[in-house]
Design a protein. Sequence first.
Length: 258
Amino acid sequence: MGSQTVVADVADELARRVAAGEYQPGDLMPSVRQVAEEFEMNRATAQLTLGRLESYGFVEARRGKGFTIRDVREAGGIDVYRHLFRFSIPMPDIAIEMFHDVVEVERGIVMEALLAYTSGEQDIDPAVLKADIDELESLARLEVPDHRQILAIEVGLVRRLLTSLGLSMQRAVLNSIGEMVLEVPEAIEAYFAGAADLHVLVWRALVAVWDSGSGPSDAQLALFEDLFGMYHEKVIARFEELLGVSEEHERDAHAATA
């Protein structure tokens, strides 16, 4: 095993402890010597490991003191949140709370992009959009659809809309959310609580609206928002199921009524 792999693996374990609250904000991280001893590595590698943890945004170096644990939930930016979400998966309650936030923010950005593009001047070449949707359909029709690739293409489609609309901050947040979700297999799977074909149908319907030039009616917009809301509720429920929370709740309910 190479030294870079060791550094990454140990940094991930230390980050997991921070995410789990085993190390509290404001406390000192174990020293270079302590890390070296616990994980049976030399001090130079331990120093690199703590440096990697600092690059995650989980600790900060204090001259003469070592590394202090940051309050990653309170003070962390989007990149810290991304790492925190990944390391929180073994802790379902934390992961589900974070995923709920991720889905709500993503939903808001996507809805804003779709509605603004629908009601404004559409200046993206329809052929470009249709080519991406054709690729989505090809992937969705595979015997085992590549959910990760489908989701990555969808993020790319929304990114095009946000760029066209000049919404650069929303695009930056969407890009970070995309990276966050695509790093976690359970999160990817949750976005396919319905069949992959449904993702394709929604995009086809949107392109048809854009091609018509007339825009959707108020009733169609309301229906679309309702469907979007129901879809994201299913996404969150699927994530809970994948983390085993639904099964736990069923067992607890059964035990309570037994």
